[in-house]
Design a protein around this ligand. Structure first.
Ligand SMILES: C[S@@+](CC[C@H](N)C(=O)[O-])C[C@H]1O[C@@H](n2cnc3c(N)ncnc32)[C@H](O)[C@@H]1O
Length: 227
Protein backbone atom coordinates (compact mmCIF):
# COMPACT_ATOMS: atom_id res chain seq x y z
CA UNK A 1 0.00 0.00 0.00
CA UNK A 2 1.35 3.41 -0.91
CA UNK A 3 1.23 5.94 1.91
CA UNK A 4 1.09 9.74 1.85
CA UNK A 5 4.66 10.03 3.17
CA UNK A 6 6.26 7.44 0.87
CA UNK A 7 6.85 10.06 -1.78
CA UNK A 8 8.88 12.24 0.61
CA UNK A 9 11.33 9.42 1.35
CA UNK A 10 13.59 10.07 -1.60
CA UNK A 11 13.35 13.84 -1.79
CA UNK A 12 16.52 15.63 -0.90
CA UNK A 13 15.37 18.83 0.74
CA UNK A 14 18.76 20.43 0.27
CA UNK A 15 18.82 19.75 -3.44
CA UNK A 16 15.26 20.46 -4.50
CA UNK A 17 14.42 23.08 -1.82
CA UNK A 18 10.82 21.88 -1.61
CA UNK A 19 8.35 24.65 -1.05
CA UNK A 20 7.04 24.87 2.50
CA UNK A 21 9.53 22.42 3.97
CA UNK A 22 11.88 23.81 6.60
CA UNK A 23 15.19 22.22 7.63
CA UNK A 24 15.60 21.19 11.26
CA UNK A 25 17.82 24.23 11.88
CA UNK A 26 14.72 26.33 11.20
CA UNK A 27 12.46 24.57 13.71
CA UNK A 28 14.63 24.76 16.83
CA UNK A 29 17.50 22.27 16.47
CA UNK A 30 20.78 23.71 17.67
CA UNK A 31 23.76 23.42 15.37
CA UNK A 32 25.52 21.09 17.86
CA UNK A 33 22.71 18.52 17.59
CA UNK A 34 22.75 18.58 13.81
CA UNK A 35 26.53 18.47 13.56
CA UNK A 36 26.49 14.77 14.52
CA UNK A 37 24.39 13.60 11.60
CA UNK A 38 24.55 13.70 7.80
CA UNK A 39 22.69 16.69 6.36
CA UNK A 40 20.73 14.53 3.92
CA UNK A 41 18.95 12.67 6.74
CA UNK A 42 16.83 15.80 7.27
CA UNK A 43 13.82 15.96 4.94
CA UNK A 44 12.29 19.17 6.28
CA UNK A 45 9.27 17.33 7.70
CA UNK A 46 9.63 18.36 11.35
CA UNK A 47 7.58 20.86 13.33
CA UNK A 48 9.90 21.50 16.30
CA UNK A 49 12.56 19.94 18.49
CA UNK A 50 11.39 17.21 20.91
CA UNK A 51 14.85 17.11 22.58
CA UNK A 52 14.32 20.57 24.08
CA UNK A 53 13.42 20.60 27.78
CA UNK A 54 14.33 16.97 28.44
CA UNK A 55 17.56 15.25 29.31
CA UNK A 56 18.15 11.77 27.87
CA UNK A 57 20.94 10.08 29.83
CA UNK A 58 23.48 7.50 28.67
CA UNK A 59 21.98 4.02 28.84
CA UNK A 60 18.37 5.15 28.23
CA UNK A 61 15.94 3.33 25.94
CA UNK A 62 14.33 5.72 23.44
CA UNK A 63 11.49 5.14 20.97
CA UNK A 64 10.94 7.62 18.11
CA UNK A 65 7.40 7.39 16.71
CA UNK A 66 7.03 8.29 13.03
CA UNK A 67 10.81 8.43 12.74
CA UNK A 68 10.81 9.12 8.98
CA UNK A 69 14.35 8.94 7.63
CA UNK A 70 15.79 8.61 11.14
CA UNK A 71 17.36 11.97 12.03
CA UNK A 72 16.07 11.96 15.61
CA UNK A 73 17.09 8.31 16.11
CA UNK A 74 20.67 9.23 15.25
CA UNK A 75 20.58 12.26 17.55
CA UNK A 76 19.15 10.10 20.36
CA UNK A 77 21.89 7.51 19.80
CA UNK A 78 24.43 10.26 20.44
CA UNK A 79 22.80 10.76 23.85
CA UNK A 80 22.23 7.15 24.99
CA UNK A 81 25.66 5.95 23.81
CA UNK A 82 26.66 2.30 23.55
CA UNK A 83 24.84 1.19 26.68
CA UNK A 84 21.41 2.48 25.64
CA UNK A 85 19.05 1.58 22.82
CA UNK A 86 17.13 3.52 20.18
CA UNK A 87 14.14 2.26 18.24
CA UNK A 88 12.51 4.10 15.34
CA UNK A 89 9.02 3.18 14.16
CA UNK A 90 7.24 4.35 11.02
CA UNK A 91 4.41 3.01 8.86
CA UNK A 92 6.19 3.98 5.62
CA UNK A 93 8.52 1.25 4.38
CA UNK A 94 10.04 3.78 1.95
CA UNK A 95 10.95 6.10 4.83
CA UNK A 96 12.46 3.22 6.80
CA UNK A 97 14.52 2.05 3.85
CA UNK A 98 16.09 5.51 3.75
CA UNK A 99 16.54 5.53 7.55
CA UNK A 100 18.40 2.24 7.31
CA UNK A 101 20.54 3.41 4.39
CA UNK A 102 21.48 6.69 6.07
CA UNK A 103 22.28 5.15 9.45
CA UNK A 104 24.21 2.17 8.04
CA UNK A 105 27.42 4.17 7.81
CA UNK A 106 27.48 4.60 11.59
CA UNK A 107 27.48 0.84 12.21
CA UNK A 108 25.42 1.20 15.39
CA UNK A 109 24.28 -2.10 16.86
CA UNK A 110 21.77 -0.52 19.20
CA UNK A 111 19.66 1.44 16.69
CA UNK A 112 16.79 -0.49 15.09
CA UNK A 113 13.93 0.46 12.79
CA UNK A 114 10.47 -1.14 12.75
CA UNK A 115 7.66 -0.83 10.25
CA UNK A 116 4.35 -0.46 12.08
CA UNK A 117 1.61 1.82 13.29
CA UNK A 118 1.58 4.12 16.29
CA UNK A 119 -1.90 2.69 16.90
CA UNK A 120 -0.57 -0.82 17.47
CA UNK A 121 2.96 -0.60 18.88
CA UNK A 122 4.89 -3.86 18.63
CA UNK A 123 6.68 -3.32 21.97
CA UNK A 124 6.19 -4.73 25.46
CA UNK A 125 4.43 -2.81 28.23
CA UNK A 126 6.73 -0.47 30.20
CA UNK A 127 9.70 -1.23 27.91
CA UNK A 128 10.71 2.38 27.06
CA UNK A 129 12.22 5.16 29.16
CA UNK A 130 11.58 7.92 26.61
CA UNK A 131 9.21 8.25 23.69
CA UNK A 132 9.86 11.12 21.29
CA UNK A 133 8.00 12.16 18.16
CA UNK A 134 8.13 14.95 15.62
CA UNK A 135 5.17 16.07 13.49
CA UNK A 136 3.30 12.76 13.49
CA UNK A 137 0.24 12.74 15.77
CA UNK A 138 -1.54 15.43 13.76
CA UNK A 139 -2.14 12.78 11.08
CA UNK A 140 -3.76 10.30 13.43
CA UNK A 141 -7.51 10.73 13.84
CA UNK A 142 -7.86 8.79 17.09
CA UNK A 143 -5.38 10.64 19.31
CA UNK A 144 -6.66 8.92 22.47
CA UNK A 145 -5.92 5.47 21.05
CA UNK A 146 -2.43 6.56 19.95
CA UNK A 147 -1.60 8.17 23.31
CA UNK A 148 -2.87 5.07 25.13
CA UNK A 149 -0.28 3.05 23.19
CA UNK A 150 2.47 5.47 24.21
CA UNK A 151 1.37 5.26 27.85
CA UNK A 152 1.41 1.46 27.66
CA UNK A 153 4.99 1.14 26.38
CA UNK A 154 6.47 3.79 28.72
CA UNK A 155 7.80 2.70 32.09
CA UNK A 156 6.39 4.50 35.18
CA UNK A 157 8.02 7.92 35.31
CA UNK A 158 8.95 7.62 31.62
CA UNK A 159 8.87 10.76 29.48
CA UNK A 160 6.92 11.44 26.29
CA UNK A 161 8.21 14.52 24.46
CA UNK A 162 6.74 15.47 21.11
CA UNK A 163 6.41 18.34 18.72
CA UNK A 164 3.42 18.69 16.44
CA UNK A 165 1.23 21.01 14.42
CA UNK A 166 -1.68 22.07 16.62
CA UNK A 167 -4.43 24.66 16.65
CA UNK A 168 -5.44 27.45 18.99
CA UNK A 169 -9.04 28.70 19.33
CA UNK A 170 -8.26 31.44 16.73
CA UNK A 171 -7.88 28.88 13.92
CA UNK A 172 -10.34 29.01 11.04
CA UNK A 173 -12.79 26.09 10.72
CA UNK A 174 -11.78 26.01 7.04
CA UNK A 175 -8.43 24.46 8.03
CA UNK A 176 -10.23 21.12 8.28
CA UNK A 177 -10.65 21.22 4.47
CA UNK A 178 -6.94 21.86 3.83
CA UNK A 179 -5.21 19.49 1.41
CA UNK A 180 -2.19 19.57 3.70
CA UNK A 181 -2.64 16.59 5.97
CA UNK A 182 -1.04 18.10 9.07
CA UNK A 183 -3.38 21.11 8.92
CA UNK A 184 -6.55 19.20 8.11
CA UNK A 185 -6.31 16.92 11.12
CA UNK A 186 -4.75 19.33 13.62
CA UNK A 187 -6.56 19.69 16.94
CA UNK A 188 -6.34 22.19 19.78
CA UNK A 189 -3.32 22.19 22.09
CA UNK A 190 -5.73 21.79 25.01
CA UNK A 191 -7.29 18.68 23.41
CA UNK A 192 -3.82 17.08 23.32
CA UNK A 193 -3.16 17.91 26.96
CA UNK A 194 -6.57 16.58 28.04
CA UNK A 195 -6.18 13.38 26.01
CA UNK A 196 -2.78 12.64 27.59
CA UNK A 197 -4.20 12.93 31.10
CA UNK A 198 -7.26 10.85 30.08
CA UNK A 199 -5.08 7.89 29.04
CA UNK A 200 -3.07 7.87 32.27
CA UNK A 201 -0.14 10.28 32.03
CA UNK A 202 0.48 11.83 35.45
CA UNK A 203 1.34 15.23 33.96
CA UNK A 204 1.30 16.96 30.59
CA UNK A 205 2.56 20.47 29.92
CA UNK A 206 3.10 22.76 26.98
CA UNK A 207 6.84 23.38 26.65
CA UNK A 208 6.60 25.79 23.73
CA UNK A 209 4.19 27.02 21.04
CA UNK A 210 5.47 28.95 18.03
CA UNK A 211 2.98 30.48 15.59
CA UNK A 212 3.15 29.24 12.02
CA UNK A 213 3.88 32.28 9.89
CA UNK A 214 1.29 31.48 7.22
CA UNK A 215 -1.84 30.41 9.17
CA UNK A 216 -3.61 32.22 11.98
CA UNK A 217 -4.30 29.92 14.93
CA UNK A 218 -1.81 27.24 13.88
CA UNK A 219 1.16 26.59 16.11
CA UNK A 220 4.16 24.36 16.20
CA UNK A 221 3.73 23.09 19.73
CA UNK A 222 5.92 20.94 21.95
CA UNK A 223 4.36 18.93 24.78
CA UNK A 224 6.16 17.01 27.51
CA UNK A 225 4.18 14.39 29.45
CA UNK A 226 5.29 12.09 32.27
CA UNK A 227 3.87 8.57 32.65
C1 LIG B 1 5.88 14.74 8.87
S1 LIG B 1 6.73 13.22 8.83
C2 LIG B 1 7.91 13.43 10.16
C3 LIG B 1 9.08 12.50 10.07
C4 LIG B 1 10.14 12.67 11.17
N1 LIG B 1 9.59 12.53 12.49
C5 LIG B 1 10.86 13.99 11.04
O1 LIG B 1 10.81 14.82 11.95
O2 LIG B 1 11.50 14.18 10.01
C6 LIG B 1 5.55 12.12 9.57
C7 LIG B 1 6.00 10.66 9.62
O3 LIG B 1 5.06 9.93 10.44
C8 LIG B 1 4.76 8.70 9.81
N2 LIG B 1 3.42 8.28 10.29
C9 LIG B 1 2.26 8.94 10.11
N3 LIG B 1 1.25 8.28 10.71
C10 LIG B 1 1.79 7.18 11.28
C11 LIG B 1 1.27 6.08 12.03
N4 LIG B 1 -0.04 6.00 12.32
N5 LIG B 1 2.11 5.12 12.45
C12 LIG B 1 3.45 5.19 12.15
N6 LIG B 1 4.00 6.19 11.43
C13 LIG B 1 3.19 7.17 11.01
C14 LIG B 1 4.86 9.01 8.31
O4 LIG B 1 5.05 7.85 7.53
C15 LIG B 1 6.03 9.98 8.26
O5 LIG B 1 7.26 9.33 8.11
Amino acid sequence: MSLYYDEFANDDLHVVGLEGLVPASGVGYAAELLAQIPKEVDRGLSSGNPFDGISIPAGAVVLDLGCGTGRDCLIARGMVGESGRVVGLDESAAMLQEAQRLSAGFGYENVAFHCGSVLDLPFADASMGFVISNCVFNQIENKHAAFAQVARVLEPGGVFSFSDVMKTPEASPRLARSKTLCLARAVLVQDYLDALLDVGFSSARLQEARPWPTYRGVVSAHIIAVR
